[in-house]
Design a protein around this ligand. Structure first.
Ligand code: AMP
Ligand code: ZN
Length: 469
């Protein structure tokens, strides 16, 4: 398997630190609002990377954080007159719902910054003791970039250029910095902000330190893959490397993977530009399987422009795959149990070739666009060469293969049967009528049907209430 490594700017063969295991960390969202579909791109891409490693037989330990202390969260909390935790708890729950709808599997661990302050204090202490960090007069602790000769190795920037670049920008409140390229590890509290005790001042952590600490705690000092959107290369990931390698004295991550942006009108989709759609908004128009399929239709390192036309094309593409699977199910139900004839053997060999194409594409830096093309070829082959008269073993092989490959892409092969509230209410009304007419058998039958649809009824004094389970 080959992975494009931002560190070397080359595709490299994947060699895990520990045989058969992958330790990966993906920087997660800051939780102050519903996530937008730009944020969904790394979630879908790296969930697919995880799934492919598993397909290849690796055991994957996948960690992805929620940044739950940040200026934007505090601002939102003050606007609503609630505390920061209320905001972050709400949007973590909403984000998890979005992930489920996109079939993004929960991480092995989803740590939260505010739960890991102890580890951050420890790492900052270690950095101060070893001369990699210092406390300014106002209590702010800065990382001393000049103490880490490799600073700039990920973003391919030169420390001297960075220093002279930063020198032009004067930031108020950062007068205590020895050097303009130094960055904050811990900062003093401000009025109305959450804070923690520390040896330096009452305050809160800078953004970068949380990922170094969580990665170390849940995956160890050295990990295989660290990932996120390309805007994180500098300064976030560069700073994470400086912190972790200075504190641990070991290489941090072997491979650095970055997805390109999801754009709209060829501009980055972002909250600050206001040109975004939330995942939740898209879910009102489309099954989020379509969004997932759309995201994977491009290579993760290519910019992807969001448009209604491309979403429609993805919807149709997905439909073609699901229809082929349904046809296979029908064929399988009728297919006779007999040996495969020559034609069928040829069909199987061709299907095996498409599987190889899929794997070659995914082995080549997770080229999901080409992998999807191979799935389409399999679908076409199934449609033309398999029917209810085919040997059952062939129909079964194709059905299983479709399942396996779709599972790597995170595409559910079973169509979701959406039940509308109106349909449920209609059934409930029918049941009420049946009861009125003392037709209890029919009433029970309807209750059973609703229960199969995941609807639970409750007879209350105010009438029948229902909920989905
Ligand atoms: P944030 O909440 O801004 O920290 O972003 C969470 C993740 O989403 C990071 O990995 C970002 O790089 C990524 N991200 C944000 N906007 C986009 C976008 N328009 N396209 C792709 N990835 C994005
Ligand atoms: Zn991070």
């Amino acid at each position: 398997m080959k992975i494009f490594n931002t560190l070397s700017r080359r595709k490299e063969e994947f060699v895990p630190l520990e045989e058969g295991k992958v330790k990966m960390y993906v920087c997660g969202p800051t939780v102050y609002n519903f996530i937008h579909i730009g944020n969904a791109r790394p979630m879908i891409v790296f969930d697919t990377v995880r799934r492919y490693f598993e397909y290849r037989g690796y055991e994957v330990n996948y960690v992805s954080n929620f940044t739950d202390v940040d200026d934007k969260i505090i601002k939102k909390a003050n606007e609503e007159g609630v505390d920061a935790e209320t905001i972050s708890r709400r949007y973590i729950a909403e984000c998890k719902k979005d992930m489920e709808m996109m079939n993004v599997r929960p991480a092995t661990t989803h740590p939260q910054a505010t739960q890991e302050i102890g580890g951050m204090l420890e790492m900052i202490e270690t950095l101060i003791e070893s001369g990699h960090a210092y406390r300014a007069e106002d209590g702010t602790v800065y990382f001393r970039t000049s103490s880490f000769p490799d600073y700039g190795k990920l973003s391919h920037k030169n420390l001297e250029d960075l220093q002279s670049g930063f020198r032009e920008i004067k930031v108020t409140g950062e007068e205590g910095k020895e050097d303009p390229s130094d960055f904050v590890l811990w900062k003093p509290k401000k009025e109305g902000e959450p804070y923690w005790e520390s040896p330096w001042c009452e305050g809160r952590p800078g953004w970068h330190i949380e990922c170094s600490v969580m990665s170390k705690k849940y995956l160890g000092d050295s990990i295989d893959i660290h990932a996120g959107g390309e805007d994180l290369i500098f300064p976030h990931h560069e700073n994470e490397i400086a912190q972790s390698e200075s504190a641990n004295g070991k290489p941090f991550a072997t491979y650095w993977m970055h997805n390109a942006f999801l754009n709209i009108d060829n501009k980055k989709m972002s909250k600050s530009l206001g040109n975004f759609f939330t995942v939740r908004e898209i879910s009102e128009k489309y099954d989020l399987q379509v969004l997932r399929f759309f995201m994977l239709s491009a290579h993760y390192r290519s910019p992807l422009n969001f448009s209604a036309e491309l979403m429609e094309a993805s919807k149709n593409g997905l439909e073609r795959i699901l229809t082929a699977v349904e046809r296979l199910d029908d064929s399988l139900a009728a297919a006779p149990d007999r040996a495969e004839n020559e034609e069928e053997k040829k069909c199987r060999a061709q299907a095996e070739e498409f599987v190889k194409k899929f794997e070659d594409a995914m082995d080549d830096d997770f080229n999901t666009a080409d992998a999807i093309a191979a799935v389409f070829e399999l679908a076409r082959l199934s449609n033309t060469a398999v029917s209810g008269e085919s040997a059952r073993s062939l129909a079964a092989y194709l059905r299983e293969t479709m399942e396996k490959l779709c599972n790597v892409l995170g595409i559910l092969t079973e169509r979701k049967k959406e039940t509308l509230d109106s349909e449920i209410e209609e059934l409930i009304a029918k049941r009420q009528q049946a009861r009125k007419e003392k037709n209890f058998a029919l009433a029970d039958e309807i209750r059973g049907k609703l229960s199969e649809m995941g609807i639970v009824l409750e007879d209350t004094r105010e009438g029948v209430k229902w909920k989905r389970v």
